[in-house]
Design a protein around this ligand. Structure first.
Ligand SMILES: [Zn+2]
Ligand SMILES: [Zn+2]
Length: 258
């Protein structure tokens, strides 16, 4: 992934507040389309321009064709607040983030979320590398706002349950590993809807951290349909279970793998 800077030139009378609002709105639409990653975008003014630091999944992320419908609207609105179209300058590789999947198209995807990664939650099923959301091949022009908002909630809970002194005791973990939790039902529903729209499998990964009895964990059934779903060999070194009809993946509880 790449660190880049966007320059918005001041081209007409504007106020700091109006310019800031326009930039914020535009960046938000880029987030919802997976064109920029992360949550914080330092923005400053120097002479007659504003500059924002962003992380891009790939160099083509800000091309016009990568925008959603609302993203294109936000781009046009910049001029109404006295700013130019942004000029992009790539500063270099982001050493802190992982590599974007190189495939031009995908026969299947995996919806996978973890607490630390800011990248796309959609992964190439073949390489298990993140696919930028704008590359997923949605034809509707809609963005991924609901998926990105779901990712934020998932990560907030994951962050809590990773801490030694958890403030929510077991409830964060139950949200993450219970198939019928609100969090997982929301995520699973989005994977299903996307699978239908794209006409390809979109597997949903169900996290498994702990088990009440490790001796039984490898024999657990698909929580959706009750079938046997253990793989003879783990997939991508992470998934020990896969149910094809349900498009569901999981692992032997991490606590039982120690
Ligand atoms: Zn791939
Ligand atoms: Zn199943």
């Amino acid at each position: 992934m790449l660190v880049a800077e966007l320059e918005f030139k001041i081209i007409a009378d504007t106020s700091f507040a109006a310019a800031e609002k326009g930039i914020r709105y535009y960046l938000e639409k880029l987030i919802f389309q997976g064109q920029i990653l992360g949550r914080e975008f330092p923005t400053y003014q120097a002479k007659d321009s504003f500059f924002s630091r962003v992380v891009l999944p790939q160099a083509d992320a800000l091309e016009k064709k990568s925008h959603s419908k609302t993203g294109l609207d936000a781009l046009e609105q910049l001029q109404q607040v006295g700013l130019s179209y942004p000029k992009l300058k790539i500063l270099g590789d982001d050493l802190m983030s992982n590599h974007t999947d190189p495939c031009p198209s995908h026969s299947a995807l995996i919806l996978f979320c973890s607490f630390s990664a800011t990248n796309s939650v959609l992964y190439c099923a073949e390489h298990f590398a993140p696919v930028p959301l704008y590359k997923v091949g949605r034809s509707s022009g809609e963005d991924f706002e609901s998926l990105v908002r779901w990712q934020l909630q998932y990560q907030a809970l994951d962050e809590i349950q990773m801490q030694e002194a958890r403030v929510l005791l077991k409830s964060a973990e139950q949200s993450l590993q219970g198939f019928y939790s609100g969090l997982n039902q929301q995520g699973y529903k989005q994977a299903k809807a996307l699978s239908k729209e794209l006409q390809k499998p979109v597997y949903y990964y169900l996290y498994s951290g702990s088990s009440s009895d490790c001796s039984l964990d490898a024999g657990k059934k698909c929580p959706c349909c009750g079938s046997d779903w253990q793989l003879t060999e783990s997939w991508h070194g992470l998934f020990d279970f896969r149910c094809e009809p349900c498009q569901l993946l999981s692992n032997i509880a991490f606590d039982c793998q120690l």
